[in-house]
Write a protein that binds this ligand. Structure first.
Ligand code: GLN
Ligand code: ZN
Length: 762
């Protein structure tokens, strides 16, 4: 039985890569130094995997920004608009072309936009979307994969396994940049380049090559299935002497099982963490010639593997195939895990004993193999840890379990229908047409950030800190009053992050010091870890909301993060289904909503920025997810009286296929991101005759650009053509925390003027 790894985090255990890239971009270090830091990270990673006893160790999984962008450069898929950069950079600093594609290029009199970025399947990792044209050509454009293999070989010998995104998934994860063709039809042109690459790697000495085809777990059209068949047949016909490992992950193969098993490759990798149930069918249908890689260690989470559970899967496979045909592996690339649990010195040791990060997961893979081969002594410590977690009072809180065991429809239903509530809100607040508001946060200036940092370090007393936050809040309120906004916000100056702020105050969450995961390019996130039943020991936002409300006669919006978003942006428990964890969070937030109402806050916003991104990869699984996700939101919103107005906010989302579920959330007001699409996203709401109130964002907060009055007024006119005026609100696209004050003030002044103009026209 072999062991393998599919990919290792490349940011470095102290985020060395992030720091190096940012210094390079700022011109503070040169290319040699950047390359040196990269080389060191790679070598350390390889050594770690070697020491852990992994047999097939990935190379070419390193990336300065994103592995999909690396693939585009390898294949010469460089959009036309970068030609001026291409001619400027000499062969020895191709990296500047690469970063230009990732980040845009504004120098030497050029102003070229970056390539689009989007989420990698259902992860929080963002990749750079390949752009294809009708006459797209492919060729080996750079040598990185070959030189990296050579370096890896020196250190790893035959264990070095180059990794490459497979040709079909590469095309499918990209985008047509002009009309009149389908990108999947490019497969015939693309495959010969893959054949050349594989043959060159084989000549260099590669024994195994890993081709990632995560799209094999998606709903595929007939044509897409044929492309898989074509590509892998063509590759197998034209290369020999090298073993191809086809890697799938994040879901079960389901109806693509037959297809995946029919492809002429040496081994197939399947994800048995997400989809352990697929093993039976795979074992029933697997052809004699195929080896199977069992992804039993979770590459997407932070928990210690349950060896007995993994072994029961492995033993099933041994029985059917024999140990020789099996490879033990993590479920997917460890890119999505934090790097090293050993660096966490502040986590409660009892809980730490239940956890594993990337480095520890490698050891798990190796231990599982040894146990499967008969060394059962390794089982004991694992069993003890799993049992301690199963029975720990830190995890299990009977009162929390009881509360969600009895959820009924009344818990998830407002007292009266929206039409009744709307009338009450009109009487209570007496807003003009096109009421104006913002999404919650105001600029997090350097001063505010430093304040928090100093407070955390202990350089500032609680009193000094509170006073400074209070002052920022009061100033923001005065200023909102001056420009004439209708519903004010307190500005969220006291919050570091919309999930962390709540996680820090809820029971059942813990935070790491170094648990960074790459989000995109040099940006890393440190998600909270939900380890136990979630409850709310005390009020979380009431104090600042009350303080803010007392500063003004205008309505002050209370500001909370919704349960699905908290779930989605955390590492979650793997010992209970996601919907149960979400319901626990939902009740905690519900209690906070009620506490705000009791404190006199009449308008409360519950942000569900991440509801859309939680959608499962397979359409057949959407209804179940949407059911519980919507219900969790309704639980948070339904503890209050009719007179309280509940808002929600969602970031950029395609609402077309989920509009009925958005409506089922029954928020009194929803604010959404629409300005970049010129209100296009509102069509779905219009079509559905969305009944509740809605604030389509009238300006894009992602850039410092100040939109003019006319521009926003015309977007409002567009919105008014689509939806009843009495239901429309006026607000920016999202929170303003990443902006600076001058542009924020100018833009919001214009926004209020645009609303006034719109009012005058009815
Ligand atoms: N209330 C949050 C803010 O304004 C919402 C952020 C978000 O949607 N991502 O910052
Ligand atoms: Zn948003």
């Amino acid at each position: 039985m072999l062991t393998q790894n599919l990919g290792y985090p490349r940011i470095g255990n102290q985020r060395q890569l992030k720091k190096a890239c940012e210094q390079y971009w700022a011109g503070k270090i040169g290319q040699d130094e950047l390359n040196g830091i990269a080389r060191k990270i790679k070598q350390d990673n390889w050594q770690t995997q070697l020491d852990a006893g992994i047999d097939l160790i990935p190379c070419n999984d390193f990336s300065f920004y994103d592995q999909v962008l690396d693939t585009s450069l390898l294949l010469g898929v460089i959009p036309q608009r970068y030609s001026p950069v291409l001619s400027k950079v000499k062969t020895n600093n191709e990296i500047d072309l690469y970063f230009a594609m990732a980040r845009g290029y504004q120098k030497d009199g050029l102003d070229i936009t970056a390539m689009e970025m989007t989420k990698w399947l259902d992860t929080n990792y963002h990749y750079i979307v390949p752009e294809f044209t009708a006459n797209q050509e492919f060729r080996i454009f750079n040598e990185n994969i070959f030189s990296e293999y050579n370096t890896a070989k020196l250190q790893l010998g035959e264990k070095a396994k180059p990794v490459l995104l497979g040709p079909v998934s590469y095309l499918l994860q990209g985008k047509e940049k002009e009309q009149g063709f389908e990108r999947i039809d490019l497969i015939k042109k693309l495959v010969p380049v893959y054949v050349d690459i594989i043959n060159r790697l084989r000549q260099q000495g590669a024994k195994w090559i890993q081709l990632d085809e995560p799209c094999l777990v998606l709903d595929l059209s007939k044509k897409e299935k044929e492309a898989f068949d074509y590509a892998y047949r063509a590759i197998s016909n034209r290369v020999s002497g090298v073993k191809i490992l086809l890697a799938t992950y994040f879901e079960a193969l389901l109806d693509n099982t037959g297809l995946a098993l029919s492809l002429p490759v040496t081994a197939l990798h399947i994800d048995l963490v997400r989809a352990p149930e697929q093993l039976d069918e795979v074992l029933a249908l697997i052809p004699d010639s195929l080896q199977l890689s069992l992804g039993v260690v979770d590459g997407r989470n932070v928990w210690k593997n349950d060896y007995e559970k993994s072994l029961s899967l492995i033993n099933k496979a041994i029985e059917k195939l024999g140990a020789d045909r099996l490879i033990i592996a993590p479920s997917c690339s460890l890119l999505h895990s934090p790097i090293d649990l050993d660096l966490e010195t502040a986590i409660d040791p009892e809980i730490k004993n239940w956890m594993a990060f990337a480095k520890q997961k490698l050891t798990e893979v190796n231990e599982i193999r040894q146990i499967a081969e008969g060394n059962t002594t390794l089982l004991e410590a694992n069993k003890a840890a799993i049992e301690s977690r199963r029975s720990s009072k830190k995890v299990h809180k009977q009162d929390v379990k009881n509360r969600i065991a009895t959820i009924n429809d009344a818990d998830a239903t407002r007292q009266s229908a929206f039409s009744v509530r709307q009338r009450l809100h009109q009487e209570r607040f007496n807003f003009p047409a096109f009421p104006t508001t913002t999404i919650g946060s105001f600029p997090q200036t350097d001063d505010i950030r430093q304040l928090r940092a100093k407070f955390k370090k202990g350089d500032l007393s609680q009193e000094q800190y509170d006073q400074a936050i209070a002052q920022a809040t009061v100033e923001a309120i005065r200023w909102q009053e001056e420009i004439g906004l209708d519903v004010l916000v307190h500005g969220e100056f006291e919050r570091n992050d919309m999930v962390e702020y709540f996680g820090e105050q809820l029971d059942g969450f813990l935070f790491t010091k170094n648990g960074w995961v790459q989000s995109y390019g040099s940006r890393c996130v440190k998600p909270p870890v939900i380890y136990g039943d979630v409850s709310r020991p005390a009020d979380m936002t009431v104090r600042w909301s009350k303080f803010a409300a007392a500063q003004t006669d205008k309505p002050m919006k209370g500001m909370l993060t919704g349960p699905v978003t908290i779930l989605q942006w955390s590492f979650v428990r793997d010992d209970q289904p996601r919907d149960i964890t979400t319901n626990q969070i939902a009740f905690a937030i519900r209690d906070e909503v009620v506490a705000l109402e009791e404190a006199g806050i009449g308008i409360i916003q519950i942000d569900e920025a991440a509801i859309r991104e939680g959608l499962p990869l397979r359409k057949a699984k959407h209804p179940h997810y949407l059911d519980w996700a919507v219900k969790a939101f309704r639980i948070t919103a339904s503890g209050v009286q009719d007179k309280t107005q509940i808002h929600t906010h969602m970031c950029y989302s395609e609402f077309n296929n989920i509009i009925e579920h958005i409506a089922a959330m029954d928020a009194d007001v929803i604010t959404i991101e629409t300005s970049r699409s010129q209100m296009e996203l509102l069509q779905a709401f219009a079509h559905f005759e969305y009944p509740n109130e809605i604030g389509p964002g009238v300006y894009d907060i992602h850039s410092p650009r100040v939109p003019g009055i006319e521009e926003m007024a015309s977007l409002l006119a567009k919105a008014a053509d689509l939806l009843p005026v009495r239901n429309l609100w006026v607000n920016p696209d999202c929170g303003l925390k990443t902006r600076k004050w001058p542009e924020t003030k100018a833009a919001l002044e214009n926004m209020v003027a645009a609303a006034k103009q719109a009012r005058a026209q009815i």
